[in-house]
Design a protein around this ligand. Structure first.
Ligand code: ADP
Ligand code: MG
Length: 672
């Protein structure tokens, strides 16, 4: 029903509601409050604790005083009392205060309590007449010209229009099993709850429904994305490839390869994510899967997020595969003759395995017969880029490699469209990396520690956040490099950062990999792509400014060889969140534990933020806050999906909800 059917909503208002995402009455009912003001409990002033948000009842003792302060701002002050204790109130820039707060009258005030000395105070509290019934007031997302109060009014009239027997997308069977309330009750109480308990019951049901719809939709997309496998491969494990390797594959690598081979020999194309901690050996898995594709006469392409990473992949893969007769090429963009040659090789089919940066997506690149697309460190690419590369072939297989461990609960949501192989086993002989946390005043001692490593013949990374100094006070290469040079006389020190020319970066990397440079002073460009087994010590300046996952990636650059490695975090941070984060990091080397902690500390933003996955916006559920419900909804979704019940008529309304949710994103097609 058009929102204009509601009393008091004309054309102009309707537009504003449209802006809020509620062009219809149905949408309006699902425009949930973003917050609530709880006026339902009054706290005695003497019990009002510092920093608490409370409602107090107070009589205005004397007319508010008026004052002009700096910048011409208007300030009113007044004192209220509840008979036992006084509270001081301050208001800014509200010239109506003297008219609104009358001496001798009693009001309810709601705000955050602060103390100056022993007197409690509130700054700009909300207030209302005492006799107003204590209630929980919904706060809506508002827009210019449409206040939250008007939205609430419209929602009230919309609720009044609901029929007594509202059809519920969650069939009774599901509601019973998961103890969820009926839709009508949920809608009424999410907007105008009588008690906190009612609100909780309503919220639980709506959060569950939202997760369930999302999960089911993702499952549909996953099965809908299946494209016919035009060139099924023979399903044999590539034994002749493994013979080329200088090591024995880990069990996890073998499993991942077997899963990929099975995909590529099956009826649909492969859409697989290989997730594994830094150093778990994803490259070997990728190479093993290229092997049968190339042997069957088609090409494989591997796209990496940085030039450094691309060239390192190129070196190791061509070193491995060219002796076995596979022709490899490196494409990193640019107009040079060599790049043109590579492009020609790709289009003629002369190059069988091409490794490159996003230069691979360029229009100028045409493949002869592209059979497999691999993206490395996928969280840096969007789905769009992956798709753009895939479009250069006729339904090629897809392999995505990611070193960002994602908590299991989130994996299906973040990568709903992919099957997942997990490399949960590191190659043998790796040492745990010892991690220390120190304050900047101990830097000299840390340098001394680094010297010990150098004496043993090891190399090290010194990481700092900035290239040039700024007002943030964080360490910059500009400042750090000379300090390091002075502290390590006679040691070959080099810099690596994102503003260097590709050739310079390449050179710096190569020198370090060869062991000519002993210390690399770098920004986070070193994060992906460096594989130097002799590097065993890392110092990270301003460690507090990195997320847990990023720190984990950085630390993964050491401990790649047989040497005992150490990572020293330098940080002066005092705020509890940073300290907690660094402590967690210090305590474990396991990527999944770190990912779980990151999720708890910072929420899911990090996992989803970098991936333009076209996931629909969640309206009410919060992934970290509602983790338990997410798990239940996932279980429920799997049950529904497996039983085939979704096709039945009991589930028609739920199917409608799924379609609606994914229609809005516009990015994924879903056939139901
Ligand atoms: P990542 O998963 O971080 O991409 P890489 O593929 O770069 O890891 O592998 C890390 C290092 O481990 C490389 O030097 C690689 O040669 C080595 N490696 C990979 N698999 C094994 C294995 N099964 N046994 C021993 N070393 C391995
Ligand atoms: Mg890698």
């Amino acid at each position: 029903m058009d929102i204009q059917k509601l009393k008091g909503v004309g054309k102009k208002r309707a537009e504003l509601f449209g802006k809020l995402g509620a062009p219809t009455v149905g949408d309006l009912l699902r425009l949930y409050p973003r917050d609530y003001q709880d006026w339902s409990g009054v706290t005695p002033i003497s019990d009002a604790g510092t920093d608490e948000v409370c409602v107090v009842r107070g009589e205005v003792v004397a007319p508010p005083t008026e004052q002009r302060i700096r910048g011409g701002k208007l300030m009113h002050r007044c004192t209220v009392t509840d008979g036992e204790a006084d509270m001081r109130l301050t208001f800014f820039n509200n010239r109506y205060i003297p008219g609104l707060l009358k001496e001798g009258e009693t009001y309810l005030f709601r705000g955050r309590v602060s103390y100056t000395g022993r007197t409690p105070a509130m700054v700009s509290p909300e207030f209302s007449p005492e006799d107003r019934s204590a209630e929980i007031v919904p706060i809506y997302p508002a827009t210019q010209g449409l206040a939250t109060r008007s939205v609430a009014q419209a929602v009230k009239s919309a609720l009044a229009l609901l029929p007594d027997t509202l059809e519920d997308p969650l069939p009774p069977e599901i509601r019973e099993r998961y103890k969820l309330c009926y839709l009508g009750y949920a809608l009424e109480n999410i907007h105008f709850p009588r008690t906190k308990e009612d609100l909780e019951i309503a919220r639980r049901r709506l959060v569950f429904e939202e997760f369930l719809v999302l999960q089911l939709g993702l499952m549909e997309i996953k099965s809908g994305n299946r494209q016919e496998n035009l060139h099924p491969l023979p399903g044999d494990f590539p034994e002749d490839f493994t013979r080329l390797l200088p090591f024995k594959l880990t069990g996890a690598q073998q499993r991942a390869i077997a899963e990929g081979i099975k995909d590529m020999s099956g009826p649909a194309t492969m859409n697989r994510l290989v997730q594994g901690d830094v150093g778990s050996g994803k490259t070997a898995v990728a190479a093993a899967l290229c092997w049968p594709v190339i042997k069957s006469g088609r090409q494989a392409a591997l796209m990496a997020p940085t030039e450094i990473l691309a060239s390192q992949h190129y070196k190791s893969l061509s070193g491995l595969l060219e002796p076995a007769g596979i022709r490899c090429g490196l494409l990193t963009g640019g107009a040079g003759a060599r790049q043109r040659q590579v492009r020609e090789g790709i289009s003629s089919g002369d190059i069988e395995l091409v490794i490159g940066t996003h230069a691979l997506i360029s229009e100028k690149v045409e493949f002869h017969k592209l059979g497999l697309v691999i993206t490395d460190e996928q969280h840096r690419f969007g789905v769009k880029q992956r798709m753009a590369l895939a479009q250069k072939g006729a339904s090629p297989h897809m392999l995505v490699m990611s070193a960002t461990p994602i908590p299991r609960t989130l994996a299906l949501m973040a990568y709903g469209d992919l099957d997942v192989s997990v490399l949960d086993e590191l190659p043998p002989g790796r040492q745990e990396i010892a991690t220390y946390l120190i304050t900047p005043d101990k830097r000299e001692r840390a340098f001394g520690y680094v010297r010990e490593f150098l004496k043993e013949g090891r190399q090290g990374y010194l990481i700092c956040p900035l290239i040039e100094g700024d007002e943030s006070g964080m360490m910059s290469l500009e400042e750090y490099l000379p300090r390091v040079r002075a502290a390590f006389p006679g040691v070959a020190v080099a810099a690596l950062h994102g503003k260097m020319k590709p050739q310079e970066k390449e050179q710096a990397m190569a020198d370090f990999a060869r062991g000519d440079t002993k210390l690399l002073v770098a920004t986070t460009v070193v994060e992906v792509g460096m594989d130097v087994p002799n590097a065993a010590i890392m110092l990270i300046e301003n460690a507090e400014r990195y997320g847990l996952s990023q720190l984990h990636q950085l630390r993964g650059r050491i401990g790649r060889g047989k040497y005992q490695s150490a990572c020293i975090l330098i940080s002066a941070a005092k705020n509890p969140e940073s300290v907690e984060r660094l402590k967690v990091f210090k305590s474990t080397n396991d990527g999944f534990t770190i990912a779980d902690a990151d999720l708890k500390l910072r929420g899911p933003g990090d996992f989803f933020g970098q991936r333009q996955h076209g996931l629909p916006q969640l309206k009410i559920a919060g992934i970290s806050m509602d983790m338990e419900l997410l798990r239940e909804a996932q279980k429920c979704a799997r049950r529904i999906y497996r039983s085939g019940a979704l096709e039945g008529c009991d589930y028609k309304l739920l199917r409608d909800e799924i379609r609606r949710l994914f229609e809005k994103t516009g990015s994924e097609r879903i056939a139901l």
